[in-house]
Design a protein around this ligand. Structure first.
Ligand SMILES: [Mn+2]
Length: 276
């Protein structure tokens, strides 16, 4: 590996959340993510699931040098003192069996808890756990907490059974993506349900991924954050040193996208400079 010092102009943040990178697929924009990781340093780095796409890799192997580079970059950050927490999602659910263990300085957790600089407690999870709940969202308002918990467990059991039968994980989000007119409804239901889960469990907010829709906003007094994805929107959620959360888009990093694309096409390893 080449030395890969953080550029002097790297932006110092308190926390970074990235999710839905889908390494191992041709859709993954690994070069852009690498560029983002080079230009942003943080005390905490949360990998909020679907980092590697195990389902696609099982179907056909796709792994480029840039995918290795992302893995190496994350490991290097961990070595240099960034606290890296990996919360697996449904596409990398194989990693969930290692929840509670630490590998190469990376803590693997089923879910995590983050405390912001201004004292908010945030629940960190991928969000696929709620796919099965969302279709019941309409009548869920009328039922009690115990039934809600039961549905969550049924969904886990249902997908565990599908896994044993060799069937792919059934995801409501994927199903609804084919029904575009319902997608907006689905996203708002997802956001409301995740915020509700945070409230139910006494958190001030939640950060998740899964739906490839970066966001940070208040939902009925609960902070809802989504770290977006590195397939379509090229986005991350960050916490500034003062505790403020913000969605960052790679396309707004200050360098013309076309110029960088030409650069990375020329040389995969070339160090890009950070616009500040
Ligand atoms: Mn997912």
């Amino acid at each position: 590996m080449q030395p890969d010092p953080a550029p002097d102009s790297a932006r110092q943040l308190r926390a970074i959340w990235i999710s839905d990178v889908h390494l191992g697929t041709s859709g993954c924009r690994a070069d852009h993510l690498l560029d983002f990781l080079r230009c942003h340093e943080s005390e905490y780095l949360y990998l909020v699931g679907d980092i590697v796409d195990g389902w696609q890799l099982k179907k056909s192997w796709y792994w480029k040098q840039s995918h290795n580079d992302v893995v190496q970059k994350v490991l290097r950050k961990a070595r240099k003192g960034t606290k890296v927490i990996y919360v697996p999602g449904n596409h990398d659910e194989a990693a969930r069996q290692y929840a509670g263990l630490d590998f190469g300085g990376i803590a693997i957790r089923q879910e995590a808890e983050h405390h912001t600089a201004d004292g908010k407690r945030l629940l960190i999870l991928h969000g696929d756990e709620f796919d099965g709940v969302i279709q019941y969202a309409k009548w869920l308002a009328y039922v009690g907490d115990s039934l809600y918990t039961l549905i969550l467990e049924l969904n886990r059991g249902f997908n565990w059974a599908r896994l044993k039968l060799g069937l792919p994980y059934w995801s409501l989000s994927q199903y609804l993506k084919h029904k575009v007119k319902n997608a907006v409804n689905f996203i708002s239901n997802f956001e409301t349900i995740l915020a509700g889960e945070a409230r139910r469990r006494g958190f001030d907010g939640v950060v998740c991924g899964h739906i490839h829709k970066a966001e940070v906003r208040d939902i009925d007094g609960i902070l809802y954050g989504n770290s977006g994805d590195w397939v379509e929107s090229l986005s991350a959620l960050v916490e500034h040193p003062d505790g403020r959360l913000e969605v960052l888009y790679w396309t707004q990093m200050g360098q013309p996208a076309a110029a960088l694309q030409a650069q990375t096409a020329q040389a995969d390893h070339k160090e890009t400079t950070c616009a500040s």
